[in-house]
Design a protein around this ligand. Structure first.
Ligand SMILES: *Cc1c(COP(=O)(O)O)cnc(C)c1O
Length: 385
């Protein structure tokens, strides 16, 4: 369990010079902005993958203090960790379940995702044996082909769910495949399919469970998809899901990634820098070394593209990104040991975003955030008063 959220490593009280700073006030602002936009729908805060790299337990504590309605994680272990750390808010585990995991779900009072009659019967049997009522959300596949019962055969699952004595079907949900693009056609089709499945309850005059389908992109672009609850992931952390989405809510990034200069030198022309000797200067330059690398999640494939901020100015990372260190060409500017280096974040008007890193690494911001290794200590800060 420690792997998910290692305690900050300190030596005689000194934190590693490379750290992630999470601004809790920004998390609050982002959460409030989402809440305001989607009201009266409720908000499920998605905390999977170490809260998108922001630190699972600390973010959970903060969001719970704001009165969040529901927490969502991807895997059982994340849910257990939250419970072991004293988080009592309802927690939905979004991923698929295996039979032998079910007793743990029940022991830790975690909400299960059920996507087949067979799973439902497994849950029923385990709950009966333990003498408890299992809380379940049914998962409908409306066009993602990941997990969930297909919308065209969902009725059997919904019917079966009515027969179980030890299961409370608290919710029913689906997931969009393309809500982050500027083409609404597939998202609308998925929503239509979901509504058709939900009509089951109306047709039988049964109360409808909590309905949810909207992720961050849908929160921004499809108000008609809010239903009873939305699932806010990346937007909560202040990052937009894609460059194409309408920015109908203003959010700001909560995460900064910082390090410090550990070494300064002058490099002569024609003297290559780093593994593979891929870069050299044709004139004398000053180069600083910064203790961060791909072993921290600063992807090696960004070599030759990445930049960092030093003293409010952007400078290029030169040579190959190594496991634990990078070199930065500051031309003939000055820098001293221990000067702050910003990998993601702002200094005055200059900023580097996780979208920038995603572009250099040819990926999406989600992958940048969730790959910042647990070797990097997380520090929680507030805006200066
Ligand atoms: C990750 C996830 C979300 C949140 O997605 P964002 O794009 O980060 O908002 C919502 N629902 C499910 C099922 C997910 O797996």
């Amino acid at each position: 369990m420690q792997l998910i959220n290692q305690p900050t490593i300190t030596t005689n009280g000194v934190v590693r010079p490379t750290l992630v700073e999470v601004n809790l006030d920004r998390l609050t602002e982002n959460y409030r902005a989402i809440q305001q936009k989607v009201a009266p729908a409720r908000v499920m805060a998605i905390l999977k993958a170490n809260a998108y790299g922001h630190g699972l337990v600390e973010v959970a504590r903060h969001i719970c203090a704001l009165g969040v309605d529901y927490l969502g994680v991807a895997v059982l272990e994340e849910g257990i960790l939250l419970r072991e750390q004293g988080i009592t808010a309802p927690v939905l585990v979004l991923g698929g379940i295996l039979g032998n995991q079910i007793p743990l779900f029940l022991k830790y009072d975690l909400t299960l995702t059920a996507s087949s009659v067979e799973k439902l019967e497994h849950i029923e049997e385990a709950a009966r044996q333990m003498g408890v009522t299992a809380r379940v959300h049914l998962k409908i596949d409306t066009g993602m082909e990941r997990i969930g019962v297909h919308y065209y055969s969902a009725e059997t699952l919904l019917e079966a769910s009515l027969r179980q004595k030890h299961i409370q079907v608290e919710g029913i949900f689906s997931h969009f495949a393309n809500a982050d693009t500027d083409d609404p056609s597939y998202t609308r089709l998925q929503l239509e399919r979901f509504m058709e499945v939900l009509s089951f309850y109306e047709r039988r005059s049964l109360p409808t469970p909590l309905r949810h389908i909207a992720n961050s992109a849908a929160i921004l672009q499809y108000p008609e998809s809010y239903l009873d609850m939305v699932r806010a992931g990346i937007l909560l952390y202040g990052v937009y899901p894609s460059p194409e989405v309408a920015r109908s809510i203003q959010v700001r990034p909560a995460l900064s990634w910082k390090s410090h200069v550990v070494f300064f030198k002058v490099v002569k022309p024609g003297h290559p820098v780093g593994y593979g000797s891929t870069w050299q200067s044709d004139h004398m330059v000053r180069v600083v070394t910064v203790p961060v690398g791909y072993g921290d999640g600063y992807f090696r494939c960004m070599s030759g593209k990445a930049e960092v901020i030093l003293h409010g100015k952007r400078y290029p990372v030169v040579g190959r990104i190594a496991m634990d260190q990078i070199m930065v060409n500051i031309e003939w500017d000055s820098a001293y040991n221990n000067d702050e280096v910003i990998l993601i974040g702002e200094d005055g008007d200059v900023s580097i975003t996780c979208e920038d890193l995603a572009c250099w690494a040819d990926t999406i911001p989600y992958e940048i955030l969730t790959n910042i290794n647990t070797r990097v200590p997380r520090v929680y800060v507030h805006d200066p008063k």
